[in-house]
Design a binder for this molecule. Sequence first.
Ligand code: EPU
Length: 300
Amino acid sequence: MQIAEIRKIARGIVKVDELLARYTTYGVGGPADVFFEPADADDIASVITWASKNSVPCFILGGGSNLLVSDKGFRGIVIRMGKAMSYIRVDGERIIAGAGAVLAKVVSAAVDAGLTGLEGVTAVPGSVGGALVMNAGTQLGSVGDVVELVRVVTCNGELIDLTREEMDFAYRWSRLQSDKSKIAVEAVFHLKPGVKSEIVRTAERLKKKRSLSQPNGRSAGCMFKNPEGTQGAGWMIDHLGLKGMSVGDAIVSDKHANFILNTGKATASDIKALAEKVRDAVRAEFAVDLEYEVRIVGDW
Ligand code: EPU
């Protein structure tokens, strides 16, 4: 790839063959040909315009908490929303956050400001950008419920604002999953004033609930989506007695069967092989094709 050209265009940090394992909660993932941490939204615009003209694939990395990146890594440019894209501002009933901001910090800012509406995503790991793409959430609500606007950079280098309706939010879904020509750079959340003690209580209750039902180790959260009309992926996997099943150091969690943990030196291939074993077993018993909730990235 034309590294020199990218270095000329980009104002942020550009690295070559950076190991992605450093940036994922699973701690797995091979090198990215080019790893880029933009200085601001315009910097992203310049680089993706160049990439789109030169047909170089780009992948956007947020918190790395919902990804399974191949051991072979990614051929193209990985754009990591780093420090410069991690701002959080409170403005009356609105919170404006850069795509790189840690979602939990946005929730804390809302709680501190006595604003209600984001408690549902308390303790959900990840960045704002990732949460927008995935419409991250729990049974108590998803980020899409309180989004007013999402600012995106298009592959032509334009900055445009999408409304909540235009984002097409649904269960673990938003338009940004199918429309690869747009990259979220900022979100405006419109919340409501609430009673601070109640907001804190709800947030604490959710944190506790999550720590009781979900494991702490290295994972990417729930591996599969809950298929409609079933009791949930976790229930089916548990029912089949698959907790504890392993491939290498990858293991199906004893605490929540829809989590696959890296308990040591598991590779991305170990994790994927175990996930496929689980899918095969669920297909054989329940005639259900589990769909990955975790994003599978790179060359396999
Ligand atoms: N269950 C089992 N065994 C297990 C796990 C779950 O029988 O090992 C049963 C539970 O008893 C329950 C049902 O399966 O009847 C659902 O389980 P749970 O309440 O734990 O919720 P979930 O549907 O598995 C969803 C989200 C989580 C989110 C929780 C809490 C998905 C795929 N998962 O889990 O999100 O934290 O609700 O709201 O939608 C994630 O997105 O990565 C994630 C973990």
